[in-house]
Design a protein around this ligand. Structure first.
Ligand code: FA5
Length: 346
């Protein structure tokens, strides 16, 4: 008996039409596949090896087919979660070999930043790149219709999901996650690094997509002095020296009192009035901060009579700019090798 390519092609076609309703595992046990293996036994010896090889190739192909929609439908995914939560390890995309590139200066600096906070006793958590109205607004004390919602020019999908405009979207999740730890006597101390997206007019210190590091600290008896001390300790470690800071009152619905925290501009001479980075102000705003609003604690299920806490959110690009004398935020995303190579890129 001779086999023809059509035997395998027909089996593949019939398996392919069943793909919508069956999983790869079911297809591998189906009669179409079984009959190919039966056929091997009946072939003359000189055809067995070649035929077996082709059947095996088909078997590998079928095994790699995506799960059918029917199967995916019974495994609901959280569209706002980081991708590795929803992606099974055998379905993760293969990345290029790391030796072909190098770590971007922003990511290596972010590593140093989070390491300092880890040494100070903070846990490091990831932010999300897509979120919802509850975490962007409601959980942060912006009820529906609150005028301060208009201050945040967010990008939104047709389904109403939001590209987070800041990492504060994580505050509620972090406090809920570590609530029991707090109640057993250990403070909540977390930093959350992530991307933020805003509809911005771009200039030397504004990007539409940038990174923030959020900090959340909750315990009994926490006050503003602890917040300022924590940030100054971090900055002294990061810059390797003490830096001048300016703290001015501000308004955020999710902190009370709230402040803006700035560093001296390293790009302009003291008497200059037309610095392209600070515009002659001599200060560059680095972060917003404040004492976590009692309503925000309450929304996370934390007893706001017993506990107080502080939070901050700083711009990673701005911090890295000021440490490394990078005078324009747009260099980071420019992809220019002469920029990246200054920081060890290849
Ligand atoms: C916030 O984003 C608040 N979530 C910060 C906060 C957290 C307040 C916790 C209280 C408690 P603000 O919009 O000021 O605040 O942004 C914080 C920092 O992000 C800025 O100081 C700046 O360093 C950086 N940043 C803001 N917008 C941009 C932008 N378009 N490009 C680059 N960096 C930016």
């Amino acid at each position: 008996m001779n086999y023809t390519f059509d035997d395998i092609k027909n089996a593949r076609n019939s398996l392919f039409t069943e793909k919508e309703s069956k999983t790869p595992a079911q297809l591998l046990k189906s009669p179409a596949m079984g009959s190919l293996f039966e056929l091997i036994k009946t072939l003359p010896n000189d055809q067995k090896a070649q035929f077996g090889k082709e059947v095996n190739e088909l078997r590998r192909e079928v095994a790699s087919w995506e799960e059918s929609e029917a199967e995916l439908a019974v495994t609901p995914i959280d569209v706002s979660a980081p991708w590795d939560v929803n992606t099974h390890s055998d379905k993760r995309p293969r990345f290029l070999d790391q030796s072909l590139g190098s770590v971007h200066v922003l990511m290596s600096e972010l590593g140093s930043i989070t390491e300092i906070f880890e040494r100070m006793g903070f846990v490091v958590e990831d932010s999300r790149q897509i979120d919802d109205d509850y975490h962007m607004f409601e959980s942060l004390n912006f009820p529906l219709g609150h005028p301060a919602r208009d201050d945040w020019d967010t990008f939104m999908t047709d389904e109403g999901l939001i590209a987070p405009a800041h990492t504060s979207t994580m505050q509620n999740r972090i406090m809920k996650k570590y609530k029991e730890q707090l109640e057993s006597g250990e403070p909540i101390a977390a930093v959350i690094a992530g991307r933020a997206f805003r509809n911005e007019d771009l200039d030397t210190r504004h990007e539409h997509t940038f990174h923030q590091v959020e900090g959340v600290y909750v315990d009994e008896g926490v006050q503003v002095g602890h917040l300022v001390g924590t940030i100054k300790t971090f900055l002294t470690d990061y810059f390797g020296k003490q830096v001048d800071v300016k703290i001015t009152p501000f308004y955020f619905p999710f902190t009370e009192p709230s402040f803006e925290f700035s560093l001296t501009c390293p790009f302009c001479a003291p008497e200059s009035s037309n610095c392209p980075v600070c515009g002659g102000e001599h200060w560059i705003e680095l972060m917003g901060m404040g004492m976590i609003h009692p309503n925000v604690l309450k929304e996370a299920g934390i007893d706001n009579e017993k506990y107080t806490g502080f939070a901050w959110g700083f711009g990673v690009e701005r911090l890295v700019m000021m440490k490394n004398s990078i005078e324009d935020i747009r260099h980071f995303n420019s992809g220019k090798l002469e920029f990246l190579r200054q920081f060890g890129g290849n």
